[in-house]
Design a protein around this ligand. Structure first.
Ligand SMILES: C[S@@+](CC[C@H](N)C(=O)[O-])C[C@H]1O[C@@H](n2cnc3c(N)ncnc32)[C@H](O)[C@@H]1O
Length: 461
């Protein structure tokens, strides 16, 4: 084969541009990325660059638009759509990618403009990017403010929204709960690369054995305080399925705060547990492990294909106690009064896991939150009928919006006098994270784990 291919391979930046163009037309960012990466065979470092550019530009789009607004004569939304995407790519590299020299960021962006129908505007692209370098220099944009020449609004909500690239309404929801300084810490946390935590399966191995085996494969890890099965990977690990112990069912990928939910439920051997929103099943398999795989767990979900992952994990972890049930948990009369414990890990706006989904912050709105809170209340009201007298229900979400958390639980308790909020005992893993109100609210910047809310409710008669 000739070494001079007539069709040079796509450059990573061109691929990122194609992916982002899809995102701006409404595609989910991971689907758009998969689509471009599937078409080509790229060396690992180029794949990583495409991935970083697509996720990064999607995540930081509000900040990048602000820079275009400040540096160009026309506002970002007045620019041709594709030109705006190209400018995002250039500015993203200058502001957030320290390893890319400024000259390379500028030249490749100018080239992108040339190749995608903007030959007449290469001078503008070059000028805008060089203006950024002149004004801001080589600062690391993930932590630094802007120089005063770039005029951020006085309003603190907008300031944080622009600086860290979140919608104003989300910032406001957090400021109301945390104040300004902690909201800024939370924003910074949500823009970091997510950690990967494993949950060791004590039915197949031990914590020490997993840690040692990982170490012999060159992967360092550390325990998480108070969580007996949790192991956090340090540094990059490559494809997770290739790590030792995966095929043997020694561990499952699950964030530490999601592991807390299983401990708060505290299921016991021989019990009947109903997991009302189970797919993809991270918590269902944890419950089985905590019960020594003895008893019965009903794993229900309304979306059948989302349960396939659970089926795979049941096989891989070699569990016997889980039974699958496809259906709407707002209407499953067969479970009335049959559960010793019920888990309702409700569908939510995901405000606690925004670092894992680059475009999630732009997809949720106050209206979607409102709709979700209605669904959550309906689910809680019906699934509470599954619980036997004296039994327990844990309500959990991975969001940080009071309308989906405290409000749902408080209005349930107000309408159901035979239920009480039961705080975890202090010596249990969940007890270490409990709040004075009796529920658990994990703020990610405080505990360095995904944001979560969970409350244990007991049916007293
Ligand atoms: C937060 S996820 C659950 C995550 C899961 N517990 C885990 O740990 O892997 C919420 C789930 O609720 C399901 N769901 C949404 N509405 C539902 C309903 N009305 N009835 C049952 N499941 C529902 C969704 O399909 C989704 O899989």
């Amino acid at each position: 084969m000739s070494s001079h291919s007539p069709h040079p391979p796509h450059s990573p930046r061109q691929l990122a541009f194609i992916g982002l163009r899809d995102v701006h037309k409404g595609a989910y960012v991971d689907i758009a990325l998969d689509r471009v990466l599937q078409k080509v065979s790229l060396p690992d470092h180029d794949r990583r660059l495409v991935t970083e550019l697509v996720y990064g530009c999607a995540r930081r789009q509000r900040t990048l638009d602000f820079l275009i607004d400040q540096l160009g004569k026309k506002k970002s939304h007045q620019q041709p759509k594709d030109l705006r995407t190209i400018l995002h790519l250039g500015l993203y590299q200058l502001r957030y990618q320290e390893r890319i020299p400024d000259s390379a960021a500028v030249n490749t962006t100018v080239q992108l403009a040339k190749e995608n129908g903007f030959s007449g505007l290469t001078g503008f692209v070059n000028g805008l990017l060089r203006q950024y370098i002149r004004l801001v220099g080589g600062e690391d944009g993930s932590t630094s403010e802007f120089p005063p020449t770039l005029k951020l609004p006085e309003n603190p909500v907008e300031r944080l929204g622009i600086l860290y690239s979140f919608p104003d309404w989300m910032i406001q929801v957090w400021i109301d709960q945390l104040g300004f300084a902690q909201t800024e810490e939370l924003c910074q946390w949500m823009n970091k690369t997510p950690a990967i935590d494993l949950r060791v399966n004590p039915l197949r191995t031990s914590f020490n054995e997993v840690q040692a085996t990982l170490e012999s494969a060159g992967i360092l890890s550390k325990p998480i305080p108070h969580l007996p099965q949790a192991l956090r990977l340090i540094g990059s690990s490559g494809a997770i399925q290739n790590l030792p112990g995966f095929n043997e069912g020694w561990w499952t990928v699950q964030d530490s705060s999601a592991q807390l939910v299983g401990h708060l439920l505290d299921p016991q051997k021989g019990e009947v547990v109903i997991d009302a929103c189970a797919a993809p099943g991270g918590k269902t398999t944890h419950i089985a492990e905590l019960m020594g795989d003895k008893g019965k767990i009903w794993a229900c979900d309304s979306i059948a294909h989302r349960l396939n992952k659970l089926k795979e994990n049941i096989q891989r972890l070699k569990l016997q106690s889980i039974e699958i049930c496809i259906g709407d948990s707002r209407n499953l009369p067969q479970f009335k009064n049959s559960g010793d414990r019920v888990l309702l890990d409700a569908p939510c706006s995901g405000l606690g896991t925004l670092h894992r989904h680059a475009d999630a912050r732009w997809r949720q709105t106050p209206e979607t939150v409102q709709e979700l809170s209605v669904l959550q209340k309906e689910l809680l009201s019906h699934t509470s009928t599954f619980v036997k007298d004296g039994g327990v229900l844990v309500y959990a979400t991975c969001t940080l919006h009071p309308k989906e958390n405290e409000d749902v639980v408080s209005s349930f308790l107000a309408e159901h006098p035979n239920w009480v909020l039961e705080p975890p005992s202090f010596d249990s893993p969940a007890g270490k994270y409990s709040t004075t109100q009796g529920w658990i609210k994990v703020y990610p910047h405080q505990y360095d784990m995904d944001g979560f809310f969970m409350a244990r409710l007991r049916k007293i008669r």
